[in-house]
Design a protein around this ligand. Structure first.
Ligand SMILES: Nc1ncnc2c1ncn2[C@@H]1O[C@H](COP(=O)(O)OP(=O)(O)OP(=O)(O)O)[C@@H](O)[C@H]1O
Length: 587
């Protein structure tokens, strides 16, 4: 939270880290470049004076001309070196920002990430961070040179004739006035365009992600319409802003470079009354012409700086998200792999969905969570998997509160197989290896065999080297779940949480999955969210969740004897099951 008070420059200094020196070198080189661009004016002044004085030794002019050429060349070289340094530093900064954001996403509660549209996060991490590259890389060297150059020219003008220096500035305040008119309502307009662009991005991502549903329900036209409206609103917002700026901008751009309007007549007057030499007058005229152009460039950076501030604001907002409070290292060692929930409550935002959950899970036992849809089973599983933090109460592993265990160590102890088995756009082999990164190919294949994947993998075009596709799109739901089980098997964690998939209920797939789960959990603490009660009839303990509370607990037999919710659910289940063949049990 303390981080939130940090200024944009403070954040930038943080992101720059050890590469600050490159930025310093970039500024110093830019200053050298400015010096090289000013000295030719001094030489030019000398040339003009000599010409007017009637100097006829062409060798002098040649030498001075050559020196000017060398200085111009040096200026270009300094500029190139300066921007090379700033680009190098900037790429490091961008890498650092992206790394910090990605690390952060792994440390915040899952809900925080899920509640943010994936389009927005992707947009910030990829495009928006990328878009500040030019500004960050150019702003330091170019801001320095464009600001220093006119200051140096003005000082030189003062040295020649202070009156002419002041006369050359006459058009500046008028131009500034027009420019300020352009800045009225700038912040609001800029924010508006950022919001509209974000909406357009989110709509585009939603359109692509939901393409299957859109096609299936014939909603292509209405979904495209939504995208079209977002694009039009974005464009309108820009056009309206630019239309308002146009007049002021045009006036400012006309007024700024108008130095000659004041320098010519007033300088001529000074020459006429003999208070200004002709050579100095010519030099002042040349110098004043180059005075305002760099200042216009400096002012154009206000736009880039605004964008930089907005984007850094978005990035730092993510970096300030509250994290799961976990130590770097375990504070205590769990005595065993029992799981205990004490008076746990949990709310999604304001809506409390778990109200005082108490559960005792002995190590090495099979435990099931059953209950009506929406009763809170998955939420309990996710809290045990440490994806969210409880609102009150505690969850202990082997007698130690999970908030006293490091996330890394915790992840080694718990394998969570969710319904939503995401497969990365990588080979099947690497997807399974994610369970344990140092597993050999033989170990990967062994896990695949145990989880009933080997056969269908071998039938794929490139076997284990087949790319699974984004979100595992080329595999069926059942196949994806089996790969997720293989992954968990390879991880070999002592506590396994399994959210039983409801979607893949064909008897053959169900039997394969259940026998592979039975292999996965031998001797481990299993917590399974069961949708098909026959699979957990032999469980050591069944917890019946109803409306965010544990309504009943006990073995299958005990719960049937109770004759309450579980008995009713079993009756309903058997009604469906009677027509099917008997299921295989996990235990
Ligand atoms: N990310 C979320 N944000 C807000 N509310 C949520 C979120 N996830 C779940 N809920 C709500 O919390 C309650 C419990 O949901 P949960 O998914 O834990 O139930 P469940 O028993 O696992 O349901 P199912 O058997 O249908 O998967 C539900 O009312 C659900 O609408």
């Amino acid at each position: 939270m303390k981080q939130k008070e940090k200024s944009v420059t403070g954040w930038l200094a943080d992101f720059t880290g050890t590469h600050k020196n490159l930025y310093i070198a970039s500024v110093l080189l830019a200053v050298c470049g400015v010096a090289c661009s000013i000295v030719p004016y001094v030489i030019m002044g000398d040339v003009v004076s000599r010409l007017i004085a009637g100097e006829r030794q062409w060798g002098i002019y040649l030498r001075e001309g050559l020196l000017m050429a060398v200085l111009w060349l040096a200026r270009v070289i300094f500029h190139a070196l300066s921007t090379t340094c700033s680009h190098k530093a900037t790429f490091h900064v961008l890498g650092n920002i992206r790394r910090q954001v990605c690390d952060k996403l792994a440390r915040v509660p899952l809900g925080r990430v899920k509640d943010t549209p994936s389009g927005s996060l992707k947009n910030i991490i990829v495009e928006r961070i990328d878009s500040i590259e030019t500004t960050l890389a150019h702003i330091l060297p170019e801001f320095t040179s464009n600001l220093l150059a006119p200051v140096a020219v003005f000082v030189y003008l003062c040295v020649i004739d202070w009156r002419m220096a002041l006369v050359s500035l006459v058009s500046l305040p008028l131009g500034l006035l027009a420019y300020m008119g352009m800045m009225i309502g700038y912040e609001e307009s800029f924010k508006n365009t950022v919001i509209k662009t974000r909406i357009l991005n989110d709509t585009a991502v939603e359109y692509i992600n939901g393409i299957e549903v859109i096609k299936a329900f014939g909603k292509a036209q209405s979904s495209y319409e939504k995208f079209k409206i977002a694009a039009k609103e974005g464009a309108d917002c820009y056009i309206e802003w630019m239309r308002r700026c146009n007049v002021f901008f045009s006036i400012a751009m006309v007024l700024f470079p108008c130095t000659a309007v004041s320098v010519l007549p007033i300088g001529g007057l000074f020459v006429k009354n003999g208070t200004l030499a002709v050579a100095d007058f010519v030099l002042c005229l040349i110098l004043s012409l180059g005075l305002t152009a760099p200042l216009i460039t400096v002012m154009s950076y206000s736009d880039d700086i605004g964008r930089l501030r907005t984007i850094l604001g978005e990035v730092t907002e993510i970096l300030c998200w509250e994290e799961l409070s976990r130590p770097e290292e375990d504070k205590k060692k769990p005595a065993d792999y029992s799981v205990t929930l004490k008076d746990v409550t949990f709310a999604y935002k304001e809506k409390e969905v778990l109200h005082g959950i108490d559960m005792q899970i002995r190590p090495g036992t099979v435990n099931a969570l059953v209950g009506p849809s929406g009763s809170g089973k998955s939420t309990i599983a996710k809290l045990i998997a440490s994806l969210w933090d409880v609102k009150s109460g505690s969850i202990c592993i082997g007698g130690v509160d999970i908030r006293e265990l490091s996330l890394e160590e915790y992840n080694r102890r718990v394998a969570y197989v969710s319904q939503d088995n995401y497969l990365f756009d990588d080979t099947i082999r690497e997807n399974i290896r994610m369970g344990r990164m140092d597993a050999t190919d033989a170990e990967v294949e062994e896990a695949a065999k145990k989880s009933g994947c080997h056969e269908f993998i071998m039938q794929l075009e490139n076997g284990y080297d087949t790319v699974a596709g984004g979100a595992g799109g080329h595999l069926s739901g059942g196949e994806r779940q089996r790969i997720a089980i293989a992954r968990a098997m390879l991880k070999d964690a002592p506590i396994v949480i399994l959210d039983e998939a409801t979607a893949y209920t064909d008897p053959e797939n169900e039997a394969v999955i259940q026998s592979s789960v039975a292999k996965l959990v031998q001797g481990k603490t299993l917590i399974v969210i069961a949708h098909r009660l026959s699979t957990i009839a032999d469980a050591d303990c069944i917890f019946v969740v109803d409306d965010g509370r544990i309504a009943e607990r006990g073995t299958h037999r005990e719960l049937l004897e109770n004759g309450k919710l579980y008995a009713k659910m079993w009756k309903a289940h058997i009604g469906v099951k009677n027509s099917e063949r008997e299921g295989v049990s996990y235990a």
